[in-house]
Design a protein around this ligand. Structure first.
Ligand SMILES: C[S@@+](CC[C@H](N)C(=O)[O-])C[C@H]1O[C@@H](n2cnc3c(N)ncnc32)[C@H](O)[C@@H]1O
Length: 292
């Protein structure tokens, strides 16, 4: 991934959320403001990606899109809704436990920092310069009179997170802080992930909470793994971490993180099923952890 490129993986997450949130069952999981956030966002993507905004309004197009996605990577679509829903609930719980600052790494087109910013929380987003500029322009266009998260141009490992965070006068290292890394570490190599995790521990004096997703590619069938990896490569990005869940947990423990909660695809699917009236497949190998 280059510093001056659009992250199409981030763009497709927003497009998929937008398409799925047109179904009442998924829409009902989120506030209207979250649904309209992605609706606005898809319109600001460069062509041809923004055409999804028009086409996904049609039921037959959505059905065709779902059919083709499910054929290649079953459960990929549902995992998008699931991760946004899960992570938002996890962050909400941390806030109820007294966490006061939120940092979203590799924020892409995600809504989380904006959402909690409206509730008075101090929120920061980090992403590569091109993505950061796009996100700022989006906020200016659709939410000119609202509070925005601070968006910091950060290209790892060229920029070190410790320097980036250290130069923010309003970020208090003593305050209880939530770090969200959703679909982020997968795109970095082991060395960079390790340094980033260590630097977060080093910067925040009051143990931060880390909420991270992890894709364990080894849990996918060889065909699905190839589809996943090549679809990411096709858009100029690369899944670099490529670790089993045990290996990812080892990496967390080597950097002094203790996993407090861990949800795998099966658990996520079952929880989502209890809140919706559908039971579609969930992408294998998808995990969410909460560590401190
Ligand atoms: C798969 S997207 C996830 C976006 C968002 N977190 C979400 O889940 O909706 C990965 C994000 O990480 C960012 N990213 C990838 N490599 C990066 C790097 N070396 N430094 C900083 N950000 C990076 C991309 O620009 C992109 O926004």
């Amino acid at each position: 991934m280059k510093a001056d490129q659009l992250s199409q993986t981030a763009a497709f997450l927003a497009i998929k959320f937008y398409g799925l949130s047109r179904f009442d069952t998924f829409r009902s999981l989120f506030d209207d403001s979250v649904v309209s956030f992605y609706e606005h966002l898809v319109q600001t993507l460069p062509a041809p990606l923004r055409y999804y905004h028009f086409w996904l309004k049609f039921g037959w197009v959505r059905r065709l899109y779902i059919w083709s996605e499910e054929l290649l990577l079953p459960g990929d679509l549902l995992h998008v809704i699931a991760r946004k829903w899960y992570i938002q609930r996890m962050v909400k719980k941390c806030i109820a436990d007294g966490y006061e600052q939120l940092i979203v790494l590799g924020a892409g087109f995600d809504h989380l920092a904006y959402h909690y910013c409206q509730q008075g929380m101090y929120c920061i987003e980090c992403d590569v310069p091109y993505m950061a500029k796009r996100k700022r322009a989006f906020f200016q266009q659709f939410y000119p009179n609202s509070r925005h998260p601070l968006i910091i141009e950060t290209y790892l490992p060229e920029n070190q997170l410790i320097d980036v965070l250290g130069s923010q006068p309003n970020l208090d290292p003593n305050k209880k802080t939530i770090i969200v890394a959703e679909g982020f570490f997968d795109y970095l190599n082991t060395r960079t992930v390790k340094h980033t995790l260590q630097q977060l521990k080093q910067h925040f004096l009051n143990n931060p909470i880390l909420i991270s997703t992890h894709f364990a590619l080894n849990e996918l069938s060889p065909f699905q793994r190839r589809v996943f990896q090549s679809s990411v490569q096709l858009v100029g990005e690369e899944l670099q971490l490529n670790k089993s869940m045990d290996e990812f947990e080892d990496l967390l423990s080597e950097t002094n993180y203790k996993v407090l909660e861990h949800f795998d695809s099966q658990q996520i699917k079952e929880t989502l099923h209890t809140h919706t009236d559908t039971n579609p497949p969930m992408l294998n190998g998808f995990h969410i952890v909460l560590a401190t």
